[in-house]
Write a protein that binds this ligand. Structure first.
Ligand code: 5GP
Ligand code: MN
Length: 344
């Protein structure tokens, strides 16, 4: 993988470009893709954003979202666009597998693959150019750096700013996590100068749910959460019947995993959701418990040090049992955390 800087001199020649991101794109995946889209079209490129799957409805306010092609929904159209592409930007994921059914197609194409991502352990041989930096708050911040470093800061307009802001805001827990650096805040100042209405973005994302989603959260916290103080761990496991009863859609469960972390002393929060195709895990930690390694080791997943995900094809009960064994195996690390956080 050549450094991303080698791509800068090539940017001013218009090309057919596809931008893609991980399946079930969140606000950083969609925001970074659309932020890059609004930049590249200004340089005359012919750009299409192709999402591997559908996405949460509450992302539809993003400028350009109505033009995003859903690979699963319109596969022939998406494949046609992919075959024409000269460049494919791969955003907010580290391995092609994260694009689900699109992965073998992207792999087989004779195309220039470009990676911009902040997840650990990227599969660099897959990409011709790229940058992977786990210290970055979000892929959206990396798109901003890409535009500025390439010498096009003047092309950061209101559309670019709105999309990228949404990604940085969500990936930093609204500027709360350590990755919300001085550089992030300087970038936001630049967005404000471009006319960004940040209050609107917060409302679009956090105040845009249906009543049933809030009642679902109440139900889940009351009935589906278990706290294991001996391991500084809390687990939420959601059976399929809850998803059906509350008509839970893509995106409605996002952020739920953070609730248990608000309990005093809890250092590891986990949620497992009984989806049709698999049992989907999310992990969050505080301090030095590495959920990226934990998800890789036990649940075919990965992500970041303090936020990761994974999956299991076992039943809900079996995968929960597996989780209990895993935290027992990690008892020392989880308790060490309690001792060291007490010392702080
Ligand atoms: P979330 O729990 O919000 O779905 O994901 C947390 C982080 O872990 C995100 O950065 C996401 O990209 C990553 N992640 C989630 N699920 C998986 C997975 O199954 N495999 C890998 N490698 N990363 C994941
Ligand atoms: Mn991200």
């Amino acid at each position: 993988m050549l450094p991303i800087q080698d791509l800068y001199p090539l940017l001013n020649t218009p090309r057919k470009v596809v931008i893609t991101m991980h399946q079930k794109p969140d606000a950083d995946a969609m925001g970074s893709a659309l932020g890059l889209y609004h930049f590249l079209v200004q340089l005359g490129h012919h750009v299409t954003v192709v999402s591997p799957t559908n996405w949460a409805k509450w992302l539809n306010w993003m400028p350009g979202c109505n033009k995003v092609v859903d690979f699963e929904l319109t596969r022939d159209k998406a494949e046609g666009i992919l075959k024409e592409a000269e460049w494919i930007f791969c955003l907010d994921f580290n391995i092609l597998l994260r694009t689900k059914n699109m992965a073998p197609i992207i792999k087989a194409l004779n195309v220039t693959r470009i990676l911009i991502d902040h997840h650990a352990q990227p599969d660099t041989p897959t990409f011709a150019y790229g940058i992977s930096d786990t210290k970055k708050s979000s892929t959206s911040e990396m798109i901003y750096d890409f535009i500025v470093e390439a010498g096009y800061k003047h092309l950061v307009n209101k559309e670019v700013a709105q999309c990228l802001y949404a990604g940085v805001m969500t990936d930093t827990g609204s500027f709360r996590f350590p990755a919300a650096s001085a550089a992030v805040h300087r970038m936001i100042a630049d967005f404000k100068d471009q006319g960004l209405d940040h209050t609107k973005v917060h409302e679009h994302i956090y105040d845009n749910y249906l009543e049933n989603r809030l009642r679902f959260i109440g139900h889940v916290l009351l009935h589906r959460m278990e706290v294991f103080y001996e391991y500084n761990t809390a687990l939420i496991s959601i059976p399929k019947k809850d998803l059906l009863r509350y008509e839970i859609k893509t995106g409605d469960t996002e952020g739920l995993v953070n609730y248990p972390l608000s309990i005093q002393g809890i250092r590891l929060a986990a949620i497992v959701i009984d989806r049709d195709e698999e049992r989907k895990w999310s992990f969050r930690s505080k301090g030095d418990f590495d959920v990226n390694s934990f998800a890789r080791k036990y649940f075919e997943g990965g992500g970041h040090f303090n936020a990761a995900g994974g999956r299991s094809s076992a039943s809900l009960d079996e995968t929960v049992e597996h989780f209990m064994q895993a935290i027992q195996e990690n008892e020392a690390a989880l308790q060490e955390e309690r001792t060291s956080s007490n010392k702080k």
